[in-house]
Design a protein around this ligand. Sequence first.
Ligand SMILES: Cc1cc2nc3c(=O)[nH]c(=O)nc-3n(C[C@H](O)[C@H](O)[C@H](O)COP(=O)(O)O)c2cc1C
Length: 198
Amino acid sequence: MREKIQSVDLAKCYLLLNHGPVTLVTTAFRGRRNVMAASWVMPLDFDPPKVAAVISGDSYTRELIEASGEFALNVPFRRIADKVFAAGNASGRDGDKFVPAGLTTFPAERIGAPLVYDCAAWLECKVIPEAHNQQRYDLFIAEVAAAWADPAVFSQGRWHFPDGARRTFHYQAGGVFFQTGRMLEPFHRAHMNPPEKD
Ligand SMILES: Cc1cc2nc3c(=O)[nH]c(=O)nc-3n(C[C@H](O)[C@H](O)[C@H](O)COP(=O)(O)O)c2cc1C
């Protein structure tokens, strides 16, 4: 898999999250691994690149992040929305979620947590411990140690979704998702894009 994906400059890795997609948070610690859906995730800083994620105190993900100090943010394609929803509605404490959900993985480079196939982008994150934020707000701040993207959808610092299945998507609530829409021309240009095919 690694040969098919493209390294993203850490100075630009915030762009992988800038459009606010739902993510899969993957974790691992001493032979245990887990995956959960998370939409409360955002870029926080450019250099060194940082992200913020809200990770609920009762989740198994939280337990593994606190134990390992690491997690990966996987930015899934719309075509696995059902799997993402499943990963957000069961706990890894009750059994492995990867296999029943049909989520397959490949190794990360800088952290122990696995990366999930069928995603547009991946950020490998190392927690910057902030006990007060974590305990009071479930808020984790982490430095991005490596970032990757599928060049079919993200290259030269820009998203360019080729088709409907390979779009990222956003969570509202109650099982409602939106797929990322069509790109508008930069506003300094006079005209708008012609409609894209879905
Ligand atoms: C689309 C979606 C987005 C979610 N976003 C978050 C989030 O940002 N933070 C969070 O703590 N839980 C979020 N959840 C809930 C967790 O995914 C859910 O509690 C999960 O079962 C926890 O799994 P775990 O115990 O295996 O870690 C979300 C769920 C869904 C379906």
